[in-house]
Write a protein that binds this ligand. Structure first.
Ligand code: AFP
Length: 283
């Protein structure tokens, strides 16, 4: 696992360099979700693939930017599902973006995720890794090396509210839930980049990030294998919760297809309990 995390560190430095130096325009390709790919998406995907190609414990790769599974080593142990550059459409307005990695052993379902990691490309490059049985670990890069800063623990209750999805397509009860948080004094923190938005809640003690099912996207937008499950693991390891609209732990998801999405809510305990009440979910 250490080898995988060290490889992610090298990838982070290279992707950060690409963000700072490469053309920010569109390529002439689409990803499997039918979204236009930026040149940066394609480049970042290439950087990740190249870095893991020679790591023998990696059995296969599944990228948000590609259809299907890329088989690497028959004797490998892990499948890495990754979004090489999440929120890439924010790069042209110079907001933070990120990379997300879910490391699975066996069949691709949440309970088989053994570790996850994400990188935030902001004013600094930061890395957070999580493994079973310990708190997520937060690192910051300095002159190309990642220095450990601290373990991450969520408070029982936070102050931040990051509500995703197009508001006119929210359900009445979701709108009521979000309005209720603001009425309680919560502050809006939403950049449109899942990685920096979830990172902020983790580091500032707590709150809630929601991306519900909406009338136009009943299954939400965020992808289970590359985005939802790796962050659900992070939030649970940090002492928080991560559930879907029915109150099921996201760590129980079983995707039917690598690009399946799910409504998702990540937060500290107080806010998730409030969500359960608002949605009429079982405790
Ligand atoms: P892109 O990868 O298309 O830029 O989308 C970013 C993202 O997947 C995720 O990082 C955000 O949380 C989410 O989309 C924002 O979506 P909305 O703009 O619909 O809230």
């Amino acid at each position: 696992m250490l080898t995988i995390f060290e490889t992610i560190e090298k990838i982070a430095i290279k992707i950060d360099h690409a963000i700072k130096t490469e053309d920010l325009g569109y390529s002439d390709t689409e990803n499997t979700s039918g979204e236009d790919q930026l040149k940066l998406d394609v480049k970042s995907d290439y950087i990740v693939e190249k870095a893991f190609k020679d790591i023998s414990i990696v059995k296969s790769l599944v990228s948000e930017e590609k259809e299907g599974v890329l088989e690497l080593h028959d004797d490998g142990k892990y499948t890495i599902c990754y979004d090489p550059l999440d929120g890439s459409s924010l790069a042209d307005v110079n907001l933070s973006v990120g990379s997300i990695f879910g490391i699975y052993e066996g069949e691709l379902k949440a309970e088989n995720l053994v570790a996850s990691a994400y990188v935030v490309y902001g004013p600094r490059i930061e890395l957070v890794t999580a493994r079973k049985g310990s708190k997520p670990k937060h690192y910051r890069a300095q002159e190309g090396l990642f220095n450990f800063i601290s373990e991450i623990t969520l408070d029982e209750k936070g102050k931040l509210n990051a509500p995703g999805g197009t508001q006119q397509n929210w359900s009445e009860y979701h709108k009521k839930f979000i309005d209720g948080l603001f009425a309680e004094g919560y502050r809006l923190r939403y950049s449109g980049g899942m990685v920096p938005d979830l990172h902020q809640i983790l580091l500032k003690g707590g709150g809630i990030f929601s991306y519900p099912g909406t009338s136009d996207k009943p299954d939400g937008k965020l992808r289970q294998l590359f985005e939802v499950i790796p962050f659900a693991f992070m939030y649970e390891q940090a002492g928080g919760q991560a559930i879907n609209e029915k109150g099921m732990r996201l760590m129980e998801l079983v995707p039917n297809h690598p690009h399946d999405t799910s409504p998702c809510f990540f937060g500290s305990n107080y806010e998730v309990t409030k969500l359960r009440n608002a949605y009429g979910m079982k405790a």
